[in-house]
Every structure is written in structure tokens, then in C-alpha cells.
Design a protein around this ligand. Sequence first.
Ligand code: SAM
Length: 238
Amino acid sequence: MRTLREGAEWLNLPLTSGQVEAFERYFETLSAWSGRAGLTGITGREEVQRRHFVESLALGRELEKADALGPRVIDIGSGAGFPGVPLKIVWPHLEVTLLEARRKKATFLNELLSALGLTDVGFVIGRAEDAARDPAHREAYDTVAARAVAPLPVLVELALPFLRLGGYLASPKGSGAPREAEAAKTALEACGGQLVTVEPLALPGAGPQPVLVLVRKVAPTPQRFPRRAGIPSKRPLR
Ligand code: SAM
């Protein structure tokens, strides 16, 4: 796990040997599931460390610096566990909940959490549109982290209902982030969000540099959002 260790040090987040072991076990579990459940196209040891582990830590570090990390965090569309599980490994005090719509991916996540002994991670199998209507989850979080789940206009509608007033939505995006942010103006206005930053998420070494979109919830989200499952992506707020 050299790339992980070096990346974490570069981020000024030195890992304990227990945390490195947890990431090793994470990699083994992911490898054992390789090709199943459409978990991730990134499977090589180096790539997983950089694109999944270090990127998740870089996200946590930026959020920490912005005073926007938790304590209650929900990872929407967690897939193979990114970024929610790395956040929990490195910041164990966080109350992390993973939300994933696909049952097979949820089975993987359950197995992963047992392999890592993370018994206190919350877990919801279902769609964000439905979970956001559940009083146990609505306005119940300080931070929503979501990577590669939906374009920003859609993500804003899915994510902001989960946040308390003053909470943050954080999403690493690609180079199209400024365009997505522009397109999300109506959704932000409608759902009570305010764009805070659209800035490169600094990562060590060569390779794609993600762009972090950070949104703050500044007004309550009207009860009519999110619209019913599938509608936000079919008819994004514009
Ligand atoms: N966040 C992970 C990552 O960065 O590796 C997974 C990304 S994957 C491309 C997107 C995930 O979001 C999929 O696992 C999909 O099932 C989930 N997803 C998409 N829309 C969703 C929704 N409305 N509610 C819950 N999960 C959703």
C-alpha cells in the first residue's frame, strides 16, 4: 500500500498500521469481487489506491479544512464504498451511513463492512429519492458525500433534502464541473443550496485531477423535493 501511504502523507494524514491493514483488506475484498456486481472498472492495485483510496482521503481532507466534515455523513450512491468507507477508516469518529440502490452492490458493502469490522456504519438499501422522504434520514446529516452518482443539477435535488441547514454537499467531479455548476443554478435555488467552491481536488502524482464541488445548504428544501424515484434524472430542474 505504498501509493496509499505516500498519498496520505502528502495530504498530511499519516495512517496508522491498523488503517493501512484495513485498506489492504478493503483491496482484497474488492479484488475477490472483481467483475461481479459491476462494482468498479478500476481494479489494479496502484489505480485502486490512487483513484479510490487517496481520492477519498483528499476529499475528507478538503472537507476537514473547510470545517464541512460531519459528524453525521451520508454517502449517496456508495457503490463499492467510495468515498464513505475510506472516510470512516481514517476518521473513525464520523457517523457514516452508506446509501446504495443496487442490491448486489449492497451485498458487497455488507461483506466489506464485516471484513473491516465496521459494525457502526449505517446502511440503507434503496434510492435516494425514497430515503430522503424517511424522517429518519431527512435533514439528518451534516455532510453528503457523493461521487459519480448524477450530474450536479440532479445530485442537488437528491442530496440537499438529507442535509440540516448549514450542512454541505461534497462531490468530486471531472473537468466538466464548472459547466455542471452553471447548469445547477435552478436546482440550487429551488432546493436551498449555495455553491461554495468548484476547485481542483489536489492529488499527488500524475493522472486525472478531480474537481471538488462544494455546496452549502442555506435554506430549507421544500417538501416536494426530491420528486419521485427516477424523475430528478429524467427531468432535471432547469
Ligand atoms: N460512489 C461510488 C464511486 O465513486 O466509486 C459509486 C459510483 S457508481 C458510478 C454510482 C452508484 O450510485 C451506483 O452504485 C448506483 O447504483 C448508485 N445510484 C445511482 N442513483 C442512485 C439513487 N437515486 N439512489 C441511490 N443510489 C443511486
